[in-house]
Unconditional design. Structure first.
Length: 509
């Protein structure tokens, strides 16, 4: 069922059911239905007041673009859901992105209205010749409240499936973001997969901590609204505060990145009673470390864990639930193919580029943001993840940058790292490829200091690797660092790590 229809139906049947709950506000379904009309009216007023509005990307077919770029996960979720029942395309831009990235996506996509509290944003946009409107969050919320005096507001309705309603971005931390649109039908297809496998059931209280600009958090908000569930959002990752909310707000399901799952596991070690009502944790990404799986099973044995794999551009692809989590079962209705650099399918078990055929896939990237191709002439799409198919299941090894070619051998750096998961002594590890004149590149391992500051020798690391890896996978150099570079979500940045090693910023063992 379309999200707007579910929101309206739930508002009629269960008006007092919490829809969006945050640290700075709460909306029931009844309030959400009324609030959306006022919110859209405020947005429309800002657009129509412009004398020379920016032209939205042609892929939107003339629908104005509005972006929210604030720290409040509650207000961003309210904005996203509120605009979904109207002729509008909304975007969420992470305020933690570099200013140049934020300016670039706004100008290149033709976003006309931006809600932001960053005083540096508007001057930077004007320097680029942008003619749109920047409004602060307090100003925008005041405009929304003013609409309560109007008696003739347009009401939310179910829109045509081929109409775009979300503008998303592929990245923003280390590279120029690529924009792409999701139509309503594509999101309905995506939600159909999510609701079939990831259990965002009606009335279930789901905690989704993290910026709504993260596709994992954004998808969690949408899937809860699609089913009439309650989404509890948090802009920060404070594990103790999240543990308190899990107990106080009756959370039974969590959707979070692996770093947050690990932090919550440590919080459960201190006070497991706060987690007694929790039933399911859903996390994104492939190859979830065994230490996270084992820690959760030890401390919260009653909690089930689903580790799903997907791409924002394509949608949900599959998940792992048993064993070591390295093999992903592909969802019904989704097809996967592993191909070589020429686009030819490779034999079962051989490493190559992953291509996906799925109804939820976007049509392509916005031409104004990149010339990269998402979907090939045959309708299959790739975000350049590398992997292999094993007996019909998918084993991922990362992106192209996660593969090293050393002496003619393809080495998956993620598989090197996995060999050290759970090894006592070191903290996190990161495998990188370093240039080598004779072999092309060599594998090096960078070890982060453990919280206990326990040191570990190069000989112990090499012996551990040799016992678990093929010879070409065993690192040839070893380094240590106080802390590995990470994204806001806690993911280790491999390219940045390799740059630090090359610059002599890591201690060689």
């Amino acid at each position: 069922m379309p999200m707007t229809q579910t929101v309206l139906d739930t508002a009629m049947r269960h008006p007092d059911r919490p829809a969006i709950v945050g640290e700075d506000g709460t909306l029931t379904y009844g309030q959400l239905a009324e609030d959306s009309a006022r919110l859209f009216a405020a947005v429309q007023e800002l657009h129509t007041a412009q004398a020379d509005p920016p032209a939205p990307a042609p892929e939107t077919r003339g629908i104005p673009l509005t972006a929210m770029s604030v720290e409040s996960a509650f207000q961003t979720s309210r904005f996203l859901v509120g605009l979904s029942g109207f002729r509008a395309v909304s975007a969420t831009i992470d305020p933690a992105w570099p200013l140049t990235h934020r300016v670039d996506v706004i100008v290149r996509t033709g976003i006309g209205v931006v809600i932001s509290d960053d005083a540096a944003l508007e001057p930077a946009l004007r320097e680029r010749g942008w003619t749109g409107t920047v409004v602060s969050l307090p100003d925008f919320l005041a405009r929304v409240e003013e609409q309560a005096e109007s008696s003739a507001l347009e009401q939310p309705t179910v829109r045509d499936g081929d109409e775009a309603f979300l503008l998303l971005f592929s990245s923003g931390t280390t590279s120029n973001p690529k924009g792409f649109l999701k139509t309503r039908q594509q999101y309905r297809e995506n939600a159909a997969v999510s609701t079939a496998y990831l259990e965002p059931l009606p009335g279930v209280a789901t905690l989704a901590p993290g910026p709504v600009s993260y596709s994992l958090t954004l998808y969690a908000v949408v899937e809860c609204m699609v089913t009439g569930g309650s989404v509890h959002v948090a802009g920060s990752f404070d594990p103790l505060d999240l543990a308190r909310r899990i107990e106080a707000e009756g959370i039974t399901r969590i959707v979070a990145v692996p770093a947050v799952v690990k932090a919550l596991t440590e919080a459960a070690r201190r006070d497991p009673q706060r987690f007694r009502g929790l039933e399911l944790i859903v996390t994104g990404g492939a190859n979830l470390p065994a230490s996270i799986r084992d820690g959760l099973a030890e401390l919260l044995p009653h909690v089930r864990l689903i580790s799903y794999y997907g791409a924002a551009e394509i949608g949900f692809i599959g998940d792992s639930r048993d064993g070591d989590g390295t093999l992903i079962s592909i969802y019904d209705g989704v097809q996967a193919s592993i191909r070589d650099e020429a686009g030819v399918p490779v034999p079962d078990g051989e490493l190559g580029e992953l291509w996906i055929l799925a109804a939820a896939c976007s049509e392509g990237y916005l031409a104004g943001t990149t010339d990269e191709v998402l979907v090939g002439p045959d309708g299959w799409a790739t975000v350049h993840d590398q992997g292999r198919l094993v007996d019909g299941q998918l084993e991922l090894v990362g992106r192209k940058g996660d593969i090293a070619v050393t002496g003619g051998h393809k080495v998956a750096l993620t598989e090197v790292e996995r060999a050290f998961d759970g090894m006592p002594g070191p903290g996190a590890v990161c495998a990188v490829a370093l240039p080598d004149p004779s072999l092309g590149s060599i594998v090096a391992l960078v070890v982060e200091d453990a919280p206990t500051k326990e040191t570990i020798s190069k000989d112990a690391l090499r012996a551990h690797a040799s016992a678990r890896l093929a010879p070409q996978f065993v690192p040839r150099r070893w380094y240590r660092m106080n802390a590995l570079p990470r994204t806001v979500g806690g993911k280790i940045r491999r390219e940045a790590t390799a740059e630090l090693v090359a610059a002599g910023k890591a201690e060689r063992l």
